[in-house]
Design a protein around this ligand. Structure first.
Ligand code: SF4
Length: 376
């Protein structure tokens, strides 16, 4: 059987999440789930399916110790429902303790290497991305945001790490890629480990919430943390992995590389509706067949809209799943309901996001002062 391939820069959907445990060592959530007093919808619905060293973060929460949540975004366009997943996890883990601190990297170097955008372009896009994250619930009082291209510490770490890896090692993790992407990967390792610098309180647990396809970055960074432990005292970063949302075309993950596959937080209501109503589904060829055999929610991007984002609560997800599997629900009515939920969310989110534009500017400026005042 061919191995699952995890490509952080690709569009391939994961076929079998349980194989990621045997093939890459991602651990299941297991008993750790019971340690969350108020699990997020991603946790309670099994969307966060795997982890590495998550217990370090839960221990920090339980013992009121500092920890960091590290995430970022490649500023190449509007936030979409796939990237919202990571933002939701970041906001949730920030909310678990007043001792948490979010570090949020604007990956403008990666956008330059991978997408050919100029730094002027990415700076403009990033402002709106930051406003989106604030509208999704990020607490700006415990968050610093920075542009990779401006953060000398991250660059310095990437340079140091470049001595510790060979071309063959990077090839084994990522496959044969342009050198710019290898460099971007080392910079990202720098992003993840920077919160452990002395000026930010020294070594501490750091959680990276990611989609399953980003695991190569986590593996590389954990190896580098171990390799440079004696020099910097790094603790290998923890990770929590979410399932990848199916793109609306059904055969790929939701990704900016496939425009028809995604709904962005900036889509007009008409455009979002068109995409939802014309999406691929896990339905059968005829109504009669669907009533008899039931639908297939596990290959259905409309089901993902409910489960990953828009269901009112866990019972609602279970109802949709049950009605789909039993042939009680047909795809047309299911899409109409999902469409109403998407519309309601987009309207409300945009109101909140527009009100956050000034706060986003302030947070970026405040973060520059904070980082600049810490030995940059
Ligand atoms: Fe998907 Fe809904 Fe159709 Fe089931 S009934 S296959 S969840 S669209």
């Amino acid at each position: 059987m061919e191995k699952e391939r995890l490509d952080p820069w690709g569009t391939t959907a994961v076929k079998d999440y349980t194989r990621l445990q045997t093939e890459f060592g991602i651990e299941p959530m297991g008993q750790l789930l019971s340690r969350f007093k108020h699990p997020s919808p991603h946790l309670s619905r099994g969307i966060d399916f795997g982890q590495r060293d998550l217990s370090r973060i839960i221990d920090a929460v339980d013992n009121n110790k500092p920890y960091a949540v590290m995430s970022g975004i490649k500023p190449t366009g509007d936030v979409h429902l796939g990237t919202k997943m990571t933002a939701d996890d970041m906001v949730y883990f920030q909310s678990l303790s007043k001792k948490s601190m979010v570090y949020y990297a604007i990956a403008d170097i990666e956008a330059y290497s991978d997408n050919g955008l100029t730094f002027a372009q990415t700076s403009k896009i990033a402002l709106k991305n930051v406003a989106d994250i604030l509208a999704l619930g990020l607490d700006p009082d415990r968050a610093v945001i920075y542009f990779q291209s401006e953060e000398v510490r991250v660059m310095r770490l990437a340079t140091i790490f470049s001595r510790g890896v060979t071309n063959n090692m990077l090839k084994a993790v990522y496959g044969d890629r342009p050198i710019g992407l290898y460099i971007a990967a080392l910079i990202q390792a720098g992003d993840i480990l920077m919160p452990q610098f002395p000026e930010f309180g020294g070594p501490k647990p750091v959680l990276v919430p990611v989609g399953a396809d980003q695991d190569p970055h986590i593996r590389l960074t954990r190896d580098l943390a171990a390799k440079y432990h004696s020099e910097f005292g790094f603790i290998p970063p923890s990770a929590i992995y979410h399932r990848l949302m199916l793109g609306l075309t059904g055969n790929v993950k939701m990704s900016k590389r496939s425009e028809d596959s995604l709904i962005t937080l900036e889509d007009s209501i008409a455009s979002a509706s068109r995409k939802v109503l014309s999406a691929f589904t896990g339905g059968r060829d005829t109504v009669e067949e669907q009533r008899r055999l039931g639908g297939r929610p596990d290959i259905c991007p409309i089901y993902d809209l409910y489960a990953f984002h828009f269901a009112r609560n866990d019972e609602h997800v279970m109802t949709v799943r049950h009605e789909c599997l039993e042939g009680i629900r047909l795809c047309g009515e299911c899409k109409q309901e999902a469409n109403g939920l998407v519309k309601g969310f987009l309207e409300e989110h945009r109101r909140r996001r527009d009100a956050m534009m000034e706060d986003a500017k302030e947070l970026i400026a405040k973060s520059r002062d904070y980082l600049g005042g810490r030995g940059k």
